[in-house]
Structure formats: C-alpha cells, structure tokens
Design a protein around this ligand. Structure first.
Ligand SMILES: [Zn+2]
Length: 312
C-alpha cells in the first residue's frame, strides 16, 4: 500500500512546486485576472547591479494588459514573463526618454510584429528639447526610413507601406496642472509636467474601472502639479531614487522620501508603492519608510519586479 501511495505524494509535491514558480515565472498571466491591477515590470533604476529590470509598469483590467508606462532595460523580458501581449495594449505612455525608461521599446515593438495586432497603438510622451528627442522624434529615430536605427520596421510608422499596424506617437507639452491627454470607452489618461532636471518629463494618471492610478515618473517633486495629479489616487507609484539628505545633481533630479511622503499625504493617496529602487536607496528601506511615515499614514510597499498590486 505504502509503495503505491508514495509516488502520488511525490507527484503532489512536484505539482505544488511548479505552481509556486508559475506565479512569478512566465507560466502565463496571473496579475489582474479580474478588476484593475498594476504590475511592476521593472522596479530598478539604470544600474544593472540592482538586479532589477529598469522602470516599467503595466495596468491590467479583467485579464488584459491595457496600459504600459515606460520600457526600461529588462522590461521586455518581464513583459513576456507577465503573460501580457502587445496586441492587448490600448496605449503606451512614456514619462521621459532616459535609457532606463525607454531602452526596451524596440524589443517590445519587434515582439509585437509576431502578434496579430491590427489597430494602431497610440504612444504618448513628452516634447523634446536640446537634451532629449520628442516622442515623435524618438519613434521616428528608431523606425523611420531612411535614417531610423531599425528602419527595416518602417512600415510600423509609414502608413500604406506594408500590412503592419501603426505606431501613433504624440508629443505632450504637459502643463503645470493636470490635463486630459487620451480617452477611450474604458479609460481616461491625464498628464502633468514634472521637474526632472533639464529633461522634459511627465507624470501620468490613468482612470479605469472607477480607479485612479498615478505614476510620478522621475521628478524632484517641485511644484503642485504632481500632488494635484495624485489627488485621491487609489494607487500612487513613486520613485525612490535617492535617500533622505541627497544633495547636488541627485536631488535636482529626484525626490527624497520626505517629499514623497508629503505628496502622498497632501494628495490623500490610498496606497503608496515605491519603485525605481537604486543602489543608493536599496538597503535603506527602514529609514525611507520612517521618513515617509512622519507625513503619510497609508500603506507603503517597496516594489519588486513582477509584483502585482490589485487596485481595490
Ligand atoms: Zn530613471
């Protein structure tokens, strides 16, 4: 009798192990099967030694990945692991064009080539300046004929040249107060201009299924725009790129925990997720949390790659 039971028990153990791996490791979509959820594809910054994909987020609704925000290095792999399909996306949003927010975009687009997508993919991001391309320039520099780096994919941006769906890039000037940028039957998307040194940058709010989700992007937190954008957010993803006490260039580019806490408190956000974790903030979670806690009393989570946050 025992000898007959043992293999079954062994099989059960194996099955349990496989299931545990499947929640994180590419065994199919497991985030946002019902309702609205945010999945962190990349929780790191530019440093590869943080062993995290760079910045990227997905918003799921009822089993469909509908919005993607940023596409830093490593996010294309995480996108595949999440179980999402490029053909599911309604819109793609860029906060700005630093490499750690945009480097995997061509990989995602080339992957979409092998999917059956027919409808255009709107792509929204900031205007350009002397340091950065605009969103339309960025897409054109990648894919347009004859000068794009991957001009063999030019039919994605030149209508009528092939059977491909179209990328539809748009430059968003961004204002000091939140403004509507995109709307369809299921969602409304707002942007506000934020300060990230000399680089044009936007923070985004997505309203979907009665929920408000806000992404700070990279910013030093100056001005009232981000607080207004984040007002009453159900989920606020803020970037923990510098520790308290940061000075100089770091501080001119990024907001320390005290500023994150102030914005989260003033905006009455219901849940705070900290991402864009860098070597200078990793290991300082205790200090970071206590700085935020002095101002904000809601739930705080430090994000890891592929974490899924159902928005309740
Ligand atoms: Zn960044």
């Amino acid at each position: 009798m025992c000898s007959r039971r043992r293999p079954i028990r062994a099989l059960l153990v194996v099955a349990l192990l496989v299931c545990a791996c499947g929640t994180r490791g590419g065994m199919g979509q497991s985030c946002g099967a019902t309702g609205v959820a945010v999945q962190v594809l990349g929780s790191g910054g530019p440093e590869l030694q943080d062993k995290r994909a760079s910045t990227s987020y997905l918003i799921w609704e009822d089993g469909r990945a509908r919005v993607m925000v940023d596409a830093g290095g490593g996010s294309a792999l995480r996108f595949g692991e999440s179980g999402a399909q490029m053909s599911q996306l309604d819109v793609f949003l860029f906060t700005h064009f630093h490499v750690d927010h945009s480097g995997d975009f061509p990989a995602l687009v080339f992957s979409s080539w092998f999917e059956d997508r027919k409808r255009p993919l709107p792509v929204y991001g900031p205007e350009g300046n002397e340091y950065m391309p605009s969103t339309t320039e960025f897409v054109s520099d990648l894919f347009s004929d004859p000068h794009g780096a991957w001009r063999y994919l030019s039919e994605l941006v030149e209508p009528g040249t092939g059977g491909s769906y179209q990328l539809q890039p748009h430059d968003v000037a961004g204002s000091a107060t939140p403004a509507l940028v995109f709307r369809n039957a299921g969602m409304a998307v707002y942007a506000v201009r934020v300060i990230h040194g000399v680089f044009p940058a936007l923070a985004w709010r997505v309203e979907m299924g009665g929920k408000r989700i806000v992404f700070s992007g990279d910013t030093n937190g100056e001005g009232e725009g981000l607080t207004q954008l984040a007002m009453n957010a159900d989920l606020f993803v803020a970037h923990n790129a510098v520790p308290e006490g940061a000075t100089g260039l770091e501080r001119r580019l990024h907001m320390p925990p005290s500023v994150i806490g102030e914005i989260a408190a003033n905006a009455h956000v219901k849940q705070l997720v900290l991402s864009h974790r860098m070597l200078r903030t990793l290991g300082k979670e205790k200090e970071t949390e206590s700085e935020i806690r002095r101002r904000y009393s809601g739930p705080i989570t430090f994000a890891n790659d592929l974490d899924c946050f159902p928005v309740k």
